[in-house]
Design a protein around this ligand. Structure first.
Ligand code: SF4
Length: 224
């Protein structure tokens, strides 16, 4: 771990936390609901995901068995509000089929493996990419992996820590190499980045005046 970078990352974390407040992520009642949310949230606003999850709850389908046995057309209709709903319905179905067929429907048994094995298995499933796999590992399996996303890329490249075209893998490594690997800490750090990305660091016309990171931001200084 590079102590200087570690101190800077902790300073950034504390500045975000003071401004944004604790976020208590992930907003869900069960680990399975977290997984469904992680799969449905790709390319759509969270409010649409909430709507789809409520539809599944109302139809008593928000369970591994429920989705595994659900009629395809009905499942698609219930999650239609999340865009790309046909692909997403297939992703949910294939995830549930995997847990039913390989783990007898027992999510805990699936989560019982080490992070690398769990990640490789998630990435082998239809439509599960790195960010979704890492969200599931951190927020549903409660294992310490750092989730990075478009907000992480934008904010930390603007702060000057890496180039905007850095790979997902290198971006994740940067945080995992320079921060203490703890689940609760990684949970809140990612949630704070999401808070800054969604409320201040817009792709166009970011609100630098009110952003808690403006004093240390390279982009903000250059564009004042
Ligand atoms: S100061 Fe501006 S550019 Fe820098 S992180 Fe904050 S909102 Fe983004």
């Amino acid at each position: 771990m590079n102590k200087k970078i570690n101190n800077k990352l902790l300073e950034i974390y504390n500045s975000m936390l003071i401004k944004v407040g604790t976020r208590n992520w992930w907003p869900s009642d069960t680990e399975f609901e977290t997984i469904v949310g992680a799969i449905l949230t790709q390319f759509v606003a969270w409010k649409n995901v909430t709507l789809a999850i409520n539809n599944l709850k109302n139809e008593k389908l928000l369970s591994i068995e429920g989705i595994y046995n659900a009629n395809n057309e009905k499942l698609e209709e219930l999650i239609r509000c999340t865009r790309f709903y046909k692909q997403k319905a297939r992703r949910l179905k294939e995830f549930c089929a995997h847990i039913v067929n390989k783990y007898n429907g027992d999510l805990e048994e699936f989560f019982d493996k080490d992070i690398n094995a769990l990640r490789d298995e998630l990435l082998s499933l239809y439509g599960i990419g790195e960010e979704t796999a890492d969200c599931i590992i951190l927020y549903a399996a409660y294992k310490p992996i750092f989730v990075v996303d478009a907000y992480t890329r934008r904010i930390f490249s603007r702060l000057g820590y890496f180039k905007e075209d850095i790979s997902y893998k290198d971006m994740q490594k940067f945080f995992m190499d320079n921060l203490e690997n703890r689940t609760a800490f990684f949970n809140e750090y990612h949630a704070q980045i999401d808070g800054i990305g969604s409320h201040y660091c817009y792709s166009k016309n970011p609100d630098c005046i009110n952003c808690p990171l403006n004093k240390i931001c390279k982009w903000s200084k250059e564009n004042e």
